[in-house]
Write a protein that binds this ligand. Structure first.
Ligand code: TYD
Length: 134
């Protein structure tokens, strides 16, 4: 299974680092929503859903965490531990976020505003939606 990890260009100088993310340039879609998770309790697994049409880029801007991607046929775990790395998560992709370090801040850039109707929260329903199960 192919995963797309972006390496953003830091604008570093003697003062430190700065990363700027622009829609259609650094992020491959129009950014309609940004949200972030922090103070995640040790051992917690978040996500556990797929989206019918939403696309996202996940950036762990502080600390580290892991993302399990599952297209219904294959699974892959990707570690996010650098603020300049972004993981693209397509629609029709089951995702789980886990192994958060206590200082982790996971920022998400999303192509749509929040819409509960776009979620698939049941794994069996997801497998049917992507045509893996009848
Ligand atoms: P939830 O979907 O459980 O987060 P995740 O699946 O990423 O672990 O969201 C937690 C709560 O936040 C839930 O009550 C819905 C709300 N929420 C919003 O209001 N807007 C948003 O953009 C998101 C992602 C969640």
């Amino acid at each position: 299974m192919q995963t797309i990890k972006y390496t953003f260009q830091p604008h570093g100088d003697e003062r430190g680092q700065l990363i700027a993310l622009e829609e259609f340039n650094d992020i491959p879609f129009r950014i309609k929503r940004v949200y972030f998770m922090y103070d995640t309790i040790e051992g917690v697994v978040r996500g556990k859903h797929a989206h019918k049409s939403l696309e996202q880029i996940l950036v762990c801007i502080h600390g580290s965490c892991k993302i399990r991607l599952d297209n219904g046929r294959e699974k892959k775990v990707v570690a996010l531990e650098k603020p300049y790395e972004g993981l693209y998560v397509a629609n029709n992709m089951w995702r789980e976020m886990f192994d958060f370090s206590p200082d982790a801040v996971l920022m998400v850039f999303a192509s749509e505003v929040y819409d509960e109707a776009d979620y698939i929260r049941d794994y069996d329903e997801f497998l049917k939606f992507v045509g893996v199960k009848e």
